[in-house]
Design a protein around this ligand. Structure first.
Ligand code: HEC
Length: 204
């Protein structure tokens, strides 16, 4: 290539860079002058934006009826609601009880439930000493008879004066809490026969 042509090309390139650099990053009322807008302007719709394409004037679309987001199928009714197909609360939880589950349940219970219900579940948590409405003890006859599904539902949606914890506690953790609450109830209403014979000596 000719030396002069090369120089002219270089000059043009330099000018282009200079012009493109102008107007960006400086406060001005006018729209910035730029040769290559790059990705600064994108022809896309934003949430709540206007659209002249759709007849309702909104850029937002509703999902096709029946669409299920990934991971939200929730087709196991009992697991996700604590109820059977007829809508009755299930007596026993649909999750097998393991030591890990109980440990997890204890941890979650102490975090989320004990402020009101206390770690013992007697309803004398710290919130009550600060004036919150006292919840009932978990250790009376009615509470011991409650179906597991009902307790799951109380955590999910709250009940009367108790707020719901469905948004804070995952479904699997709710069942872990139910299992731990059952263990708590058993611990406060245990008979000597519930303890393995070889361990009874140490009990006063
Ligand atoms: C902010 C305080 C508070 C927290 C936290 C709380 N509860 Fe409660 N709970 C209450 C109150 C108050 C009641 C009594 C509701 C009523 O009968 O008005 C109650 C009642 C209950 C009942 C009895 C429902 C019935 O059928 O009468 C259960 C079971 C229960 N709570 C479980 C839990 C579990 C499990 C947690 C933790 C995930 C929890 N609660 C966290 C305040 C609380």
């Amino acid at each position: 290539m000719d030396f002069r042509v090369k120089n002219i090309l270089l000059l043009v390139a330099l000018l282009a860079v200079l012009i493109a650099g102008c107007g960006q990053g400086r406060p001005s009322e006018n729209s910035p002058l730029s040769i290559d807008r790059g990705m600064a302007t994108q022809p896309k719709n934003k949430p709540y934006g206007e659209s002249r394409f759709y007849s309702d004037g909104s850029a937002m679309r509703l999902p096709v009826p029946g669409t299920v987001a990934q991971g939200y199928l929730n087709d196991d009714v009992t697991y996700f609601t604590g109820k059977d197909e007829k809508g009755n609360f299930v007596k026993s939880m649909p999750v097998s009880i393991t030591r890990t589950l109980l440990k997890r349940g204890q941890e979650r219970f102490d975090i989320y439930c004990s402020p009101c219900h206390s770690r013992l579940g007697d309803g004398k948590g710290i919130m009550i000493t600060r004036g919150y409405l006292p919840p009932p003890t978990f250790h009376d006859h009615r509470m011991r008879q409650l179906p597991d599904g009902h307790i799951f539902d109380v955590i999910s949606h709250g009940i009367r004066n108790m707020p719901s914890y469905g948004h804070q506690i995952s479904v699997s953790d709710r069942w872990a809490i139910v299992a731990y609450m059952r263990a708590l109830q058993k611990s406060q209403n245990a008979r000597i026969e519930d303890i393995p014979a070889e361990l009874r000596q140490g009990i006063r």
